[in-house]
Ligand binder design. Sequence first.
Ligand SMILES: Cc1ncc(COP(=O)(O)O)c(C=O)c1O
Length: 406
Amino acid sequence: MSYVAKRLSVVKPSASMAASQAAKALAATGIDVIDLGLGEPDFPTPAHVAQAAYKAALAGETLYTASAGTLALRKAVADKFRRENGLDYAPDAITVANGAKQIIFNALMATLDAGDEAILPAPYFVSYPEMVKLLGGTPVTPQCAAAAGFRLTPDVLEAAITPRTKWLFLNAPGNPSGAVYSADEMRALGDVLARHPQVLVLSDEIYEHIIFDGREFVSWGKACPELKDRSLIVNGVAKAYAMTGWRVGYAAGPMPLIKAMNTVQSQSCTSVAAPMQAAALAALTGPQDCVARFREAFQRRRDLVVAGVAKIPGLTLPAPEGAFYAYIGCAGLIGKRTPKGEVLADDVAVSDYLLAEGHVSSVPGSAYGLSPFFRISTATGDEVLAEAVARIARAVAALQPTEVSA
Ligand SMILES: Cc1ncc(COP(=O)(O)O)c(C=O)c1O
């Protein structure tokens, strides 16, 4: 008999972690594998940020902090929201956790009752539905097609809302699609929500700074200020400052929600480690030139991948508007036969094939709720990416049509 709690039976481990582990297992057999499964910036954390953590530890910042985060960091976050997003939040309306992921977990833990629904526009970040299920909620996953720019539209939103809807999640620039919403598009969604006062909005803005072609990032909070008392603006230092392993995320929202999230945190991890908070403070208040430098590199890599994929018959990739992923349509490969005689039935098979034959790891679109696609991370060196695209092209060229696909 298993001693694992029943609530875990519906929860899957992270698909991107699984892809990465499969890549590592193949690499352990001596094969040169390019792992594009996990998405994290390949740049080192800026030195002044690392030094701030070191100095803080030596200066005795080694004790528990307030569960919501140090006042200094919450003030810096309030300044960031004002300066970069035009949002006005007091430090008390801000909470800091171990990554944006823990912020989201705290928010759901603080609000979901059994059977409450969370609308997660697909393709979605893999952790959203698993967290919702783990906490007793029900994910509702309307499809946002490539033809609609992978964006949620007002009609689709309206159709997804029920009396049990507790949350709408928005994520722009989006993982995995890179989709960005204009202020007008957000306002159109806000108009729908105005008719449904029971719905809270979680806007995951973690890729805010990774946005391309001169697009301006508009926070959900700026586009729909009238929904401030039911919007949670989520962000963090992981992606903007190459700090995924430092585990600092933050959010601003209505006081009752923030207080409830702080209660959850106080009874679980207590707080983010004090030196990590000092590092996040240095990232938000120190020189910001790294942010633009990272963005330029990500755009160059995006361009490289888009140009390469455009030359591969059977694959489609509209240029991602932000984030550091390519969500590649592979409908043209479904039904084709591999050199070993297997027929590619779905995007899981495509992703498995690309690993086995091309030695490139990717994550199948089914993990993000929208198929047939596969996601590769573009947060790696230009040469590695060029080689990965060349390998994908060779693997695709080795496929044969079947009677069905011909
Ligand atoms: C959309 C989205 N939100 C949140 C996270 C996690 O952020 P953090 O590292 O701050 O927990 C990720 C990481 O991949 C993500 O893609």
